[in-house]
Design a protein around this ligand. Sequence first.
Ligand code: SF4
Ligand code: SF4
Length: 348
Amino acid sequence: MKLEELKQKMKVLPKHPRIYPPYKVHWNWDISFKCNYKCSYCEVVRRDEEFNTQIADTDKWREVWNRIFDNYWCTHIRFSGGEPTIYPNFLKFLGMLLEKHTVDITTNLSFDLNDFIDKVKPGGLSISASFHPEFVDFETFFEKLKYLHFHGFPSTLSYVGYPPHLEKIPEYKKRLEDLQMYFKIIPFIGNYNGKKYPESYDAREKRLLEGFATDSKDQHLNDMNSKWLEWRVEKEENQQKKESKIKLGKLCRMGQMYAIIHPDLEVTRCCAGYHGRESGILGNLLDENFLLNDDAESCSVSRDCPCFKGMFVGEDEDKWEPLWEALDHPVYKLEYMREYAKILKGKK
Ligand code: SF4
Ligand code: SF4
């Protein structure tokens, strides 16, 4: 594609284009650690008191996210927490974000479906629903999930591999996969029966988890579940490879292609260390001079790298794009940025 044609398609060229895979900035936004559920195995809501959660109105957010668009073009925002949808005016804010960015929400699906359909239009939004059996029955949850998935909001189900909940996985997984929907298993991090997980999964539980992570017809899903499991659940034969998880001094594109936004709006390269600070603080999202790193930087983290999708320069770079796959924006398409990156690299 010629530059002139591309310019027309892109409508506006970013000031700081991202020319490396996955060609799009990915944000993880822990918008707050508040939640309307109180799952017995939850390890995150207690973090709420550690943060001075900052609330802004939709106009302020429009200013911030327009500036981000001007700098980096269309980015991908993955909300988690806590339960993001209880943030004040969340659905209106979401509708605004989707004008120029793509979004994924990790949610317990407790929001009002009619209100959601009313305020949010399909296009660029996916749902990562997490099913919490202590607060909702599977059938109610599944009906809502199916409705969203088949009405323009591609949805997946994530299920925490909490030891007493493992037995139900085959049944739930099959129900979703019969409809070609993704079922993702999140290895449990926390305490159960006085034992610390994921270290304490016994051999039978590990075998179960490994089986679930590889038995889908969809190879991409198998790859994703397996990589996650491998990163979080140490197999004995992996113990010797432990040093490979320490990336201190290695060049990494987290901070350039990815960043975490914390509830107090501090932005860090990744989640390593207390509030991600060990990885490096990039600034505050409301600061009008806020910028990401413009290139890969060396990792400053001396402990295990916490990210199974880390973008380590020279390692598996051809896998970054599929690994960081996100829904495309209906207007600001990823292929345009990929093309633009080619042109810019050609100029170097
Ligand atoms: S829904 Fe998620 S964030 Fe909320 S209490 Fe349960 S595990 Fe924690
Ligand atoms: S800890 Fe991992 S993801 Fe974070 S900056 Fe270092 S290498 Fe990158």
